[in-house]
Write a protein that binds this ligand. Structure first.
Ligand SMILES: Cc1cc2nc3c(=O)[nH]c(=O)nc-3n(C[C@H](O)[C@H](O)[C@H](O)COP(=O)(O)OP(=O)(O)OC[C@H]3O[C@@H](n4cnc5c(N)ncnc54)[C@H](O)[C@@H]3O)c2cc1C
Length: 430
């Protein structure tokens, strides 16, 4: 039925999950006059704490959704101490902490304030300040969604993370892509007091981001907490299955990490030696084996890790959530404005908008999952140890993520939706 002109209709969006994806989407929609209710199963926004780095594409997408999101990020971001991100051979090279670069594989210029990190919980706290309290319901765990048909203006967006319930409802519980898979890597994460780290590693190795490459394992180090701590993420290849069906974390020991890095060069072994005796072990799951063939079913749509969970080897998963939000916010804004005068039904407008979203986001987000798996393997020499090949692979892949033109994505998204609308107009005429 055509829409009534005098109703001044407003779109209602139910967001499931209040992580980075859900929070940025809520802010963007609220600012565009769209009704939002965000349902989060935890009792607050910021229960999970971890470090997150944002690449330049993510910062650009924040600005497109709402410049205040970018302000919130800058408020909590920790500036890099140097402008470089360095990948080194930590396995065969004679590592030197004196600044000589015989082990250098690849050096990336981060530019002024590029790839800054923040604490996830702190960023979410800042985002929460931009969402009116009445738009959020905590302690709400989504189990199912019923299509009753009475509210044609309602959209449900699944932002419920890697083990998304909404993904199961969109794809069907029996669909293999409804569940993430083990990437056969896990990570030990730890923080080292900076004075101790400098004593062993020297100034140069502790002042900026280093990726330590080698056979069967790799480690990322970077300064956090205003340079008072060195953050260590030590990844280990694991041919076994992850033994815990419900949990993605377990406890590990330093000895296990020492064993995994025992063939590495002295500096990397020294980093591992500085870790605490008891360590958290994080299983790296992703959607690589079974990517979702679509992110949409009816008026349900997936965003962020719920749609495409990536391993963390590019440090770009959360950035991809923000790109998704920029596309979806723009489309729902167009639906909202079209609703005021369109001859089409609300269901038709939403169908076109969500099909556009699917088309615009599917390839790039699937590619991120693929490339992230690949570089994780590359860092552990599963594709050979040739430094020239490794540096070439890192270079083009990182550029493709970092240099993505968000304005262009928004323009193409709008164009795609408008074309679909014209086709529908034509269908009505004939
Ligand atoms: C070790 C590691 C390091 C990483 N480093 C980076 C990095 O440096 N840069 C980067 O960009 N990305 C990084 N990532 C990826 C990034 O953390 C994720 O891509 C991002 O946090 C996903 O956000 P999200 O909002 O989609 O999901 P989540 O953050 O998982 O949020 C989902 C929310 O939904 C809620 N929820 C779940 N189920 C339900 C339900 N049924 N009902 C209601 N609520 C529900 C949860 O409580 C949670 O609050 C890293 C990931 C890992 C594992």
């Amino acid at each position: 039925m055509p829409f009534m002109l005098d109703e001044q209709p407003t779109l209602n969006v139910a967001i499931v999950g209040g992580g980075i994806a859900g929070a940025v989407l809520a802010i963007g929609l609220i600012n565009r006059g769209i009704n939002v209710k965000l349902y989060e199963r935890a009792r607050d926004f910021s229960e999970v704490g971890a470090g997150l780095g944002f690449t330049p594409n993510a910062e650009w997408a924040m600005k497109v959704i709402d410049p205040l999101i970018h302000v919130a990020f800058k408020k909590v971001a920790v500036q890099n101490s140097t402008d470089w991100f360095t990948w080194i051979d930590s396995y065969t090279a004679n590592e030197a902490t004196d600044g000589s670069n015989d082990e250098l594989i690849y050096n990336m210029y981060l530019g002024e304030r590029g790839f800054e990190g923040c604490h996830r919980a702190q960023f979410l706290d800042e985002l929460a300040k931009l969402i009116p309290r009445q738009c959020v319901e905590f302690r709400k765990n989504l189990r199912t969604i019923e299509e009753r048909g009475e509210d044609q203006k309602m959209v449900v967006v699944g932002c419920d993370g890697i083990r998304s319930r909404v993904r199961q409802l969109v794809l069907g519980e029996d669909h293999p892509a409804a569940y993430p898979g083990y990437s056969h890597k896990y990570a030990f994460r730890g923080l080292i007091p900076m004075e101790k780290a400098v004593e062993v590693l020297g100034e140069k190795r502790t002042a900026s981001r280093f990726m330590h490459l080698g056979q069967g394992a790799h480690a990322l180090t970077f300064p956090v907490a205003g340079g008072t701590l060195l953050n260590v993420v030590a990844f280990v290849n694991d041919p076994e299955e992850w033994p815990h069906s419900e949990k993605l974390t377990s406890t590990g020991t330093k000895q296990e990490a020492v064993n995994a890095f025992k063939h590495f060069a002295p500096t990397t072994r020294a980093i591992i030696d500085l870790l605490p005796e008891k360590l958290d072990r994080w299983a790296i799951f992703d959607t690589f084996d079974n990517p979702a063939p679509t992110y949409v079913k009816g008026r349900m749509v997936l965003m962020g890790d719920a749609a495409h969970a990536s391993s963390p080897h590019h440090g770009a998963g959360a950035g991809m959530c923000i790109e998704d939000a920029a596309a979806l916010v723009g489309l729902l804004q167009m639906v909202q404005s079209e609703m005021q005068h369109s001859k089409h039904t609300m269901s038709d407008l939403l169908r076109l908008a969500l099909a556009t979203y699917d088309q615009v986001r599917l390839d790039r987000s699937h590619w991120l999952v693929e490339t992230s798996r690949y570089v994780g393997e590359l860092y552990e020499w599963q594709h050979g140890s040739d430094p020239v090949k490794i540096s070439r692979e890192i270079d083009w892949r990182a550029r493709k993520i970092w240099a993505y033109n968000i304005e262009e994505m928004s323009r193409l998204t709008k164009e795609n939706f408008t074309r679909r609308l014209w086709k529908l107009d034509e269908a009505l005429l004939y």
